[in-house]
Design a protein around this ligand. Sequence first.
Ligand SMILES: Cc1ncc(COP(=O)(O)O)c(C=O)c1O
Length: 423
Amino acid sequence: MESESLTSRLEQVRERYAVYEQRPFAINIARGIPSSKQLKLSEPLLEALELTDWLSEDEQDIRNYGGLLGIKEARILFGELLGTSVDETLAAGNSSLQLMYSVLVMLMYTGKNKWSQEDEVKFLCPSPGYDRHWAMLERMGIEMIPVELTGEGPDMEVVEKIVSQDPAIKGIFCIPTYSNPTGETYSDEVVERLAQMHTAAEDFVILWDNAYVVHHLTEQHEEALNILEACKEAGFPNRPFMFVSTSKITFPGAGVSAVGASETNILRLAEELSKQIISFDKLNQKRHVLFLKDKSTILSLMEKHAELLSPKFEWIQAIFSAYFAGERENFVQWTDPKGGYFVHLTTANGCATEIVDKMKQIGIQLTPANAAYPNGVNPLDNSIRLAPSYAELDKLEVAVEALCTCIELVTLEKYGENFIGGE
Ligand SMILES: Cc1ncc(COP(=O)(O)O)c(C=O)c1O
């Protein structure tokens, strides 16, 4: 493309952007929140409990204090999702993030090898990853070491090398199935290598956040191997803590979360939690068991979620493919996840922040650029996460069209002469 045609293309895209500026939107696609239609699917949950249901299977009065391991039937249900026995499962309150935080506090401040007594504590952070994991580590003063994701989990050559050399590296945060934000699922080989690897730190842990374990968008279901079983086989049963919750199955603000780990770790965690809380909401655990029943009932409910979510993901694919047909290499790469809640964009280097700013100026809120990197620092400035679940389809459509315009505008302004002039 000659310079002249670049100028006219820039003029056209600037004109389109100017129209958006005159009529700004009010659309938010920043966070992975279920839509109201999705929430409606779980309304019968509120009616599930009968007035005679007060005793759990292990004879706890679910209205009263106590039972920090969770009621037996909830431990069985979550054990099905996690692949754990009752003794390896603890059912808790509505937030798995809070459980992760509690595990970190436990490891930092309790036990004979408490991490807080050491000069430095570091964690591996497969990136792009989940900003709230990084926020937790930052709050604890744990140094974050980014490790690249490969499309089937972290780059294990790098992981194995550095964990074997540095005893200050105490753990890794993983989102093994439909990872946030890249949508990738860890391969069997990656899971086995994580379980078997030699670590210089004797108390190395894997925080295995299986937030999207049943969140399939197509009939092609992906699920990472069971890390606890792999670790047991490798002789490191206390290495993993696995997390799951119903936040995106029933109600994010009023669901149930659970942790799966060796029985030793479950008992240790229950003792730690007893310093924070006397009882989780067992009524809600019981209600969830009555409503969700078992894994196959959960999968049927997730199919209904997928019916509402998949068209949004399909639209994004269609709009990007049409807009950037043949020009993907120059402007943007996008993921096509088979599950989870996100689409991840890799823009041309140095463009992501400006694209997100341009979107904000026309009333469309995206997750801050590069937020998926530890401390929000990504020297390439090329990462944007889209969270399409909450917006209605018509709003999502205009938001993604506007996003394409912003990507084209910012990339042409920065690189137009270089990559188009050469053709
Ligand atoms: C990877 C991941 N983990 C955890 C959560 C939140 O979990 P919870 O609501 O159980 O605290 C989210 C929510 O977006 C998530 O994406």
